[in-house]
Design a protein around this ligand. Structure first.
Ligand code: 5RP
Length: 226
């Protein structure tokens, strides 16, 4: 599995050219992309400016000497490479398994070429086997949990080390165990208008290219023009 993630991450780095501003994703697959960018910066003199999607990726990029800038200082990002937890055939996806969904979406939106790197197990027919992360403000979070429970969404606060997990932005995550999400567009619209929800892990129709690594090699899936 690790070898597949590495293949996908290194392949994605081929999309990065000199002079680009690039979004650096979070997670165990995006990790290899960031490593490869670090290698090219140090060994080949690649000139890029990175925008990170989590404190973890910031620490990794700084350790590798990748020059970084703030999302607030740039208008557009040329290429962002990130991981994903599930991707369906319509290029809707779930992200946030690593808890960085809010920063990841903020970086994805102004990106010209948005790429996901996955191993083939992430390609699914219908989203929802992976629990959908929903980032919520702390104030009223238990009330929101009850609201999701009443809707039958099987919610649970994410925990780490016996405590409620805190995102880089200081919010909680409620994971929804939905099993199947037949209409991700409708669910995203509902969550977008639920007060107390800061962001959710449905990234519908945002990704342009999915680089999938499997036992038979790399497959590159491109979004179909509408
Ligand atoms: C972090 C994410 C990750 O990109 C996603 O969870 C995939 O991670 P991995 O490559 O480790 O499976 O969204 O918030």
């Amino acid at each position: 599995m690790e070898a597949l993630k590495k293949q996908a991450g290194i392949k994605a780095a081929e999309y990065v050219k000199d002079g680009m501003t690039i979004g650096l994703g979070t997670g165990s697959t995006a990790y290899y992309f960031v490593e490869e960018i670090g290698r090219r910066v140090n060994e080949e003199g690649l000139k890029v400016l990175g925008v990170t999607t989590s404190s973890r990726t910031t620490a990794q990029a700084e350790g590798l000497g990748i020059p970084l800038t703030s999302i607030d200082k740039i208008d557009r990002i040329d290429v962002t490479v990130d991981g994903a937890d599930e991707v369906d055939p319509a290029f809707n996806g779930i992200k946030g398994g690593g808890g960085a969904l809010l920063m990841e979406k903020v970086v994805a939106v102004p990106t010209d070429h948005y790429i996901w790197v996955v191993d083939e197990s992430k390609l699914v027919d219908t989203l929802g086997a992976f629990k959908l992360p929903v980032e919520v403000v702390q104030y009223g979070a238990e009330k929101l949990l009850r609201h999701f429970a009443q809707k039958g969404y099987n919610p649970a606060f994410r925990e780490a080390d016996g405590q409620r997990y805190l995102t880089d932005m200081g919010n909680f995550i409620i994971d929804l165990d939905l099993k199947k999400i037949p209409d991700p567009i409708a669910l995203a619209a509902e969550l977008d208008t639920t007060v107390g929800v800061v962001e959710h892990g449905l990234f519908n129709d945002m990704v342009d290219t999915v680089i999938s690594a499997g036992k038979d090699g790399i497959t590159i899936l491109e979004k179909k023009e509408k």
